[in-house]
Design a binder for this molecule. Sequence first.
Ligand SMILES: [Zn+2]
Length: 291
Amino acid sequence: MQASDSVRRFMFEKLGVRGEIVRLEHSYQAVLERHPYPPVLAELLGQAMAAVTLLGTTIKYQGKLILQMQGSGPANLLVVEYDSKRHIRGLVNWQQGELLEPDMAKLFGAGHMAITVDPQDKASRYQGIVELIEPSLAGCLEHYFKQSEQLATCLWFVARDNRAAGFMLQQMPSTKMAEDDWQRIKFLAETLTDEELLTLDEEDLLHRLFNEDDIRLYESEPVHFHCSCSRERIEQMLNGLGQQEVESIIAEQGNIEVACEYCNKNYHFDCVDATQLFIEGDAGFHSITRH
Ligand SMILES: [Zn+2]
């Protein structure tokens, strides 16, 4: 049995191709448990979680990778975040009662996909954007790689029965490989079935596809569902709203309730808490000053 909730890198030793296999089970279920999604969106969210894990694992930095799809269709927002501690969270917003088809352009209308590399060192923050012109998430991401990074990349995703999995092949930026080799590897990978991707352990999967190649398989790296929300962040957000706005909400509702959409955690601020926000609000926060 393969480990659930893990990502595993591998490398074709002689070809200059790297790859990854991701399997998500508990982390995917943790996301599905928090919001009931229609099947089409649950599947897309699982695929997006597998995708962000694959992409996030190739990047060497401390910080976050955010995959976001936005549009004006029946679904209007999908966000998945993955950080360098291999913590993942995600959600989808959609219009109740609308027809949901498993096609990116139909789901998000005239939408786009953004990939944000968000390191702790904010100076090197980077965002790449592509239109959702392919029906599948894998197709849209392959299009993104073609446009923005010029790294030949192939992706496969599957999500069903509370499990999500992904498989990636990518040419290394540093090596120039023969086109014949790349086509051969891709051709073999195309024979991978959804069932195999979900269930075969990594050694067996790679042996099944590429038994004639020398492949180095790295240690499995665990992935966890974790939400980065905190009372401190909500306080910063309220500080950003400004004292007048916060006071008017308190005057109207008696207190402030903020629910985290990712994990459903509820943050409660009564009028004393709210006053405190602005007394302590000189540590780099801006608040509205009254004259
Ligand atoms: Zn949260």
